[in-house]
Design a protein around this ligand. Structure first.
Ligand code: DGJ
Length: 745
């Protein structure tokens, strides 16, 4: 069916009445779904754009033993057990993983979803209370809402699909509505389902597993028989398994082949499940982890799932990452700093830990000023009676006497020196030894009659409760109103446990984790809206809550507590698969490195950290005068290149998870500036001559190496490439800066 023009704009979504086919498409992608016989909503295709679809790919029919009929349909060749579907309920002879499970008052949990109606709207509906991809105006996107209904009961599912006009992106989420007269219990509500036939297009998945100080290690695996799942059960998106996966083909490289990126815009428990069946079809389901989740849905109420972002490219993993980077940077991150160059900071954590005085801090600030660093961040230890991690979380007022002229004195000192002032907080936590806990022991999350488990000697506040959130928010507001603060690092240093809320009934305890997230998001929305001049940075013991949900409130996040340059290469490389560089903070720290004991040169540490939002995390007063000179040069250099690093296009070139070398590249929007980072991890006596070919340059432009003055055409850098320098020793890096020297530019 031809696309129709709407007010001069090509419609992004069409419905073919005769074939009952919905086609969402723009110049890059197509997403096709079809109402099949007996009103079952089938999935047909997601991928590179097709201009037309003539319903030639209707799912074939075959009578397969033990795959029963679609309920109430006599056709033995037509079964929900094999039909690729858009969103599956439970039962009805579909034995694959369900996306939605609902238990009714009488204990029954059969949910046989059938097509009911649809609407096509301009724009994108707002998901109230949840982070999401947004639009700037209604013409930017169109949304299809397809309503499914249980065959017997008035339980509805509104599947929402938004397609952007100029992005290879589909966003999905859904609302479950209970229009029966009884409450029902939602036991699982995935945000999306994608069923694949045996097309050979996708046979691998990339996930980002890890650990504290070892985040987002790229793991590429075949999709094999049975069920594979990638999930977090820790109450946060977690270090252990990031809330992103990519589907690829075994032949997909960084530059060629198909890839689908799947981001859950959520910071709590998540799961992605992939089930491959006997006929080589597979189903992918993702959303809030059903583990320890249930939601009692009252009559005439609805439940909104978090959103999923599906990004597509046929230009390999870099293509997919770039679509994803642009989407997260341009339509998920918000606020004043969304496109602003981020200040180069020095943070006192690894310089002093809890042990600091005004004198010490002022000395660091003086050095920072000398070195033209732009912001000083006072980390943990400034509040309550906090001299170690044993106390004071929950007491967000300053530690009287620890800083001679108080917090305001430090803030003023920093400002007088012309730097910005940043501060660390950890609002979701409470120490047993705190005024807050002494006054309100009932605020701590714990199971009735049991001692809650401690982690880093701290406990979690019950953020499902308004009064708990308000107590913390009031303290934070007082702090932000009384001291001039330009930046906040919002930390979270443990996983959730003892998940129970006294404010909820016994049948509602499965709601605690999701309500915690809703409470957290509400507080973040309030504070980031009311203090828009503050640059907010997310953190969770490094990158334990580095996810698309948090990015909606805070445009950058601490990537890892691991500041070892060598391990950082892998962490940053893995992170870049799913997140824009403007979100990824990276600091130079002291050697021997505090996490690994490794010694690397200041140059190597600087080169690696310049691959992100740059800063320092060491005692500047302990640097030698040569080191200070080198730091000053790094600061000056990063200021020159940061627009391209933070807002240019990023390409991964050589993968450190696979070899002894790594390289990546940044190209400015106008292709005038190019930054090439190369690294060789370990030396050997008879080294190979490694080479690298650049990408994304203008073929005709001439590019000059800003250090040695050599000139190359974009074409030769991309086709013939360069040798790595003849590195000597372990952990060597080079950061080569090219500028176009074309006439008139
Ligand atoms: C964990 C963070 O990742 C560190 O940078 C530091 O802020 C500590 N917490 C402070 O407790």
């Amino acid at each position: 069916m031809e696309q129709v023009m709407k007010n001069q704009r090509v419609a992004l979504i069409t419905f073919d009445e005769q074939e009952k086919v919905f086609h969402l498409s723009n110049s890059e992608i197509s997403y096709i779904l079809q109402i099949e016989e007996s009103e079952v909503l089938a999935h047909v295709y997601f991928g590179k754009r097709t201009t037309h679809y003539h319903n030639h790919k209707k799912y074939p029919r075959r009578d397969r033993g033990f795959s029963g009929n679609v309920p109430l349909n006599e056709d033995r060749t037509y079964s929900k057990d094999t039909l690729p579907q858009e969103y599956s309920g439970h039962g009805g002879m579909d034995y694959r993983l369900p996306a939605l499970m609902i238990r009714r008052e009488n204990g029954s949990n059969l949910l046989d979803l059938r097509y009911e109606s649809f609407q096509i709207q301009e724009g994108k509906p707002n998901l109230s209370g949840l982070p999401q991809a947004y639009i700037k105006n209604d013409t930017e996107a169109e949304t299809l809402i397809v309503t499914l209904k249980d065959r017997e009961e008035k339980i509805y599912v509104d599947l929402s699909y938004t397609i952007y006009r100029e992005r290879a992106v589909i966003t999905r989420s859904l609302k479950v509505r209970n229009e029966t007269n009884d409450p029902v219990m939602i036991e699982k509500a995935a945000s999306f389902q994608l069923d694949f036939t045996n097309s050979g297009r996708f046979d691998e998945v990339i996930a980002l597993p890890g650990a504290h100080v070892k985040e987002r290690q790229m793991s590429r695996q075949s999709i094999t028989d049975g069920i594979k799942s990638f999930e977090s059960r820790r109450g946060s998106s977690s270090h252990q398994m990031n809330s992103f996966i990519a589907l690829t083909n075994h032949a997909t490289t960084e530059f060629t082949g198909e890839a689908i990126g799947i981001h859950l815009v959520y910071s709590g428990n998540h799961s992605f499940e992939i089930e491959k069946d006997a006929i080589q079809q597979f189903r992918v389901i993702g959303g809030i982890n059903p583990y320890n989740f249930s939601w009692e849905l009252q009559p005439y109420e609805s439940f909104q799932t978090p959103e999923i972002l599906l990004t597509y490219s046929d230009q390999g993993l870099n293509g997919m990452s770039q679509v994803t980077h642009h989407l997260l940077r341009e339509r998920v991150a918000r606020g004043r700093f969304q496109y602003q160059e981020r200040p180069i900071l020095v943070n006192n954590w690894e310089a002093t830990y809890f042990d600091f005085t005004s004198k010490k801090i002022e000395a660091i600030v003086d050095e920072a000023n000398e070195l033209a660093i732009e912001m000083f961040v006072l980390d943990d230890g400034w509040f309550g009676k906090r001299d170690s991690d044993q106390s004071s979380l929950g007491d967000w007022f300053e530690y009287q006497g620890k800083l001679k002229n108080g917090l305001k004195g430090i803030a003023d000192y920093v400002h007088q020196k012309g730097l910005k002032f940043g501060l660390w907080v950890e609002p979701e936590m409470v120490s047993s030894d705190s005024q807050l806990n002494r006054n309100h022991p009932e605020f701590m999350m714990k199971e009735p009659g049991r001692q809650p488990s401690a982690s880093r000697s701290q406990h979690v506040l019950d953020f499902t409760r308004k009064e708990v959130r308000q107590t913390i928010e009031t303290q934070l507001r007082h702090l932000l109103d009384s001291v001039e603060i330009d930046y906040i690092k919002w930390d979270m240093n443990r996983s959730l446990s003892d998940v129970y809320s006294v404010s909820l009934g016994k049948q509602n305890q499965g709601e605690v984790l999701h309500r915690y997230l809703l409470g957290l998001y509400e507080m973040m929305e309030n504070l980031t809206n009311d203090y828009p001049h503050i640059l907010w940075e997310g953190c969770s013991g490094g990158g334990g809550r580095f996810d698309a949900g948090l990015l909606y409130y805070m445009p950058q996040s601490w990537t890892s507590d691991n500041t070892d340059a060598v391990e950082r290469i892998n962490i940053q490389y893995g992170t870049s698969l799913a997140y824009p560089i403007s979100a990824m903070t990276a600091h130079v720290s002291a050697v021997p490195n505090h996490q690994t004991g490794r010694v690397t040169s200041l140059k190597t540490r600087g080169d690696v950290a310049m691959g992100g939002v740059f800063g320092y995390e060491l005692d500047l007063t302990k640097l030698s005068s040569e080191e200070k000179q080198e730091v000053a040069a790094q600061v000056e250099f990063y200021k020159k290149i940061r627009q391209t690093v933070q807002y240019g296009d990023f390409y991964r070139l050589q993968n450190p998870f696979e070899q002894n070398i790594a390289s990546w590249e940044f190209v400015s929007k106008n292709q005038q500036e190019v930054l090439l980072f190369i690294n060789r991890r370990l030396a050997n006596a008879q080294p190979e001559f490694h080479e690298v070919r650049l990408v994304g340059l203008s073929e005709e432009k001439l590019y000059q190496n800003q250090i040695d003055g050599k000139v190359y055409s974009g074409s030769e850098l991309m086709t013939i490439g360069l040798y790595f320098p003849d590195f000597y020793g372990d952990f060597q890096t080079e950061l080569i800066h090219f500028m176009s020297i074309d006439e008139g530019e």
